[in-house]
Design a protein around this ligand. Structure first.
Ligand code: ZN
Ligand code: ZN
Length: 334
């Protein structure tokens, strides 16, 4: 059983303690490549949370970030104020040509936000393709001086996460509010391939291991260990290159939960999709047979994949590997 470090004797029941020590998560965007209009599985691009005790990690910044941003923003609001009010305030401030430099301070003084709540968030990034990036503009807490964001990500084409956000997300004429005038306080950790590091947390630090994966412009997979639990997150990657295939197996090895992209059936892949940077159900099953994780959740579903195809991908992995496999649906918790 997992070690129970700091909570012993704090009056919590054994059951409550074990539950607090169990990492959790929620899917806010489960599509890869492009946003689509699908109400059955969900149409937002990749974004999910990982919750380790009180530490909230937001993993990738696809369009699903809109919803997690609005959920978090509700904690800030004065009684009677709504997300819509904040939206109107921000848009009118910009539209009226007010001083963009003071947007954060103006939001603070607008009477929309309560005095108590502060958010401390960690953003982690697999890579910076558009489907993992452009939701950040709609993440309302990023405009508030009451939000602290610790960003973690690697280099892609020599650019770090701050530089990418600055150049492609928050910069006129693409977006009216420049990166440097966002109200939130942000810091950055640039990860190296094959790096081990820790994220401070209640009970125990979260141990993180990062390995590079095979994907155009580079992509990183993560393995998290906390309070005896292991979660692996391997978004965009393609099979077929031995050194990278081995990395996937290392990250998945014995994990309690693997959250991974599996975008294609074998047939889809063989129909001119080699080299796009995504894996098939059959290849993922092969990794699973070697790594023996306890559970797999597929996400980053292809925009062309309907419910039956997404289901078939999960079933194929389970049939080949005999490891419990489900597919993520927008709003699903784990
Ligand atoms: Zn993607
Ligand atoms: Zn990608």
């Amino acid at each position: 059983m997992a070690r129970i470090p700091a909570l012993q004797g704090n009056g919590f029941s054994q059951e409550t303690m074990l539950d607090m020590m169990k990492p959790k998560g929620k899917f806010y965007g489960v599509r890869g490549s492009f946003v689509i209009g699908d109400t059955k599985i969900g149409g937002h691009t990749t974004c999910h949370t990982l919750q380790f005790g009180r530490k909230l990690i937001i993993f990738d910044f696809g369009s699903g970030m809109i919803d997690i941003g609005n959920e978090l923003m509700k904690r800030y609001l004065m009684p009677g104020k709504t997300i819509k009010d904040v939206d109107v305030f921000l848009n009118q401030y910009v539209a009226q040509g007010s001083d963009i430099k003071n947007l954060g301070q103006a939001l603070l003084e607008s009477g929309h936000l309560n005095q108590e709540e502060e958010l401390d968030l960690t953003f982690m990034s697999s890579h910076v393709h558009g489907d993992h990036l452009f939701g950040a503009q709609a993440f309302k807490p990023i405009f508030s001086p009451k939000t602290k964001i610790h960003m973690i990500g690697g280099l892609h084409c020599g650019m770090n996460l701050f530089e990418v956000m600055q150049q492609f997300n928050f910069r006129p004429p693409v977006f009216p509010v420049p990166w440097e005038y966002l109200g939130s306080k942000r810091d950055l950790r640039v990860i190296e391939p094959n790096e081990h590091f820790e994220i401070e947390n209640d009970l125990q630090p979260i141990k993180v291991w990062v390995l590079p994966m095979n994907h155009p412009n580079g992509s990183y997979g993560y393995r998290f260990e906390w309070c005896g639990h292991v979660i692996a997150v391997t978004l965009d990657h393609e099979h077929g290159k031995d050194e990278f295939d081995k990395n996937i197996v290392r990250l998945w090895e014995g994990a309690d939960v693997v959250v991974t992209e599996v975008q294609y059936t074998k047939k889809m892949y063989e129909d001119k999709r080699q080299g796009y940077g995504h894996i098939t159900a059959e290849a993922a099953a092969q990794h699973a047979i070697e790594a023996k994780p306890k559970r797999i959740i597929t996400t980053h579903h292809d925009p062309d994949a309907d419910y039956d195809t997404v289901q078939e991908i999960a079933r194929t992995i389970e049939r080949h590997s005999h490891i419990q496999t489900t597919f993520a649906v927008q709003g699903m918790v784990f």
